[in-house]
Write a protein that binds this ligand. Structure first.
Ligand SMILES: [Zn+2]
Length: 296
């Protein structure tokens, strides 16, 4: 039996946030108990230690508050380690990435209203066909909105659509950021209580095709932030969107830069188990498919 790394995002109840697909704290807790029956749940520095059972690593993306409030609490209670990554843009610049503007606006503004605004400003030809990548969304207009905002429109165009709707929902951005993301104090506490903290991104952008430019824009600011907060160099990296459509190129071009900066490894969104001797890039299985695929 192979090792696995599991990918988590929101660990929370829906609580009116219809624009996100979270895993409830109860299901998270249950999943850990189930995993523990088959795997040793280990921290990243224990990956190369010989053991009789396969291992499992728990990984968290995006550094949202629920990971501190819910996941960290549950992990502490069970005495289980995990790996959390931070997005520095909101904390350093007060900028919220498009992905989280989308989650928030879709939660509190009707799809009809958003779709009307998009359609009035942009060409939506071929949307029915193109939006099938969001087939898990049962609402047709929600599929259209997600496709246009996340895929078709440029970052700037999406921000123009979402910005004013977001501001009327949450007029105080810094208060929203304090409530929605991990704070410096929470990152420090999680680190001091045995959790591994790594780099996710600065503004949550996919790989652009230029390794040095991408390092300078998306990795360095987050690495610098974590060095300031934790007093040491972060050793692990998880790219936003798993790198995006250029993820194969990213792995080829970025690895030498990451190694030179002292990174020990990085995590993908390719849904595969991890071989006995993992390489620099470690694949991850999403928690939502885990129950169906791996655990019986
Ligand atoms: Zn992310």
């Amino acid at each position: 039996m192979n090792n696995i790394a599991v990918m988590y995002h929101y660990i929370r109840g829906q609580n009116g946030w219809s624009g996100i697909i979270p895993l409830s704290p109860q299901d998270f807790s249950h999943q850990i108990d189930t995993l523990s029956r088959t795997y040793d749940i280990i921290s990243l520095d224990q990956m190369y230690k010989p053991r009789s059972r396969p291992w499992c690593i728990l990984t968290f993306d995006d550094g949202t508050k629920d990971q501190y409030t819910n996941a960290f609490e549950i992990l502490k209670r069970k005495g289980v380690p995990a790996y959390f990554t931070v997005m520095s843009g909101p904390l350093v610049l007060g900028i919220i990435p498009v992905m989280h503007l989308v989650h928030t606006v879709l939660s509190f503004v009707t799809d009809e209203e958003i779709w009307e605004l998009i359609r009035s400003k942009h060409d939506t030809t071929g949307i029915e066909e193109a939006s099938t990548i969001y087939s898990y969304e049962l609402n047709r207009l929600r599929r259209y909105n997600k496709y246009m905002l996340n895929v078709k429109l440029t970052t700037q165009e999406s921000i123009e659509i979402l910005g004013s709707m977001f501001d009327s929902l949450f007029p105080n951005r810094s208060e929203f950021i304090d409530n929605f993301y991990l704070t410096e104090g929470e990152i420090k506490q999680m680190h001091s209580e045995g959790m591994t903290i790594g780099v996710h991104c600065h503004k949550h952008e996919p790989y652009c095709g230029d390794p040095q430019q991408f390092y300078d824009r998306e990795i360095k600011p987050c690495r610098d932030y974590l060095m300031k907060v934790l007093g040491g160099e972060p050793e692990w990296y998880t790219p936003a969107f798993g790198g995006g459509v250029n993820h194969v190129l990213m792995k080829e071009q970025l690895t030498s830069i990451l190694l030179a900066k002292g990174f020990k490894g990085a995590f993908t969104t390719t849904s595969k188990e991890v071989p006995k001797k993992p390489g620099f890039w470690i694949d991850r299985i999403d928690c939502s498919t885990l129950m169906r695929v791996n655990i019986r």
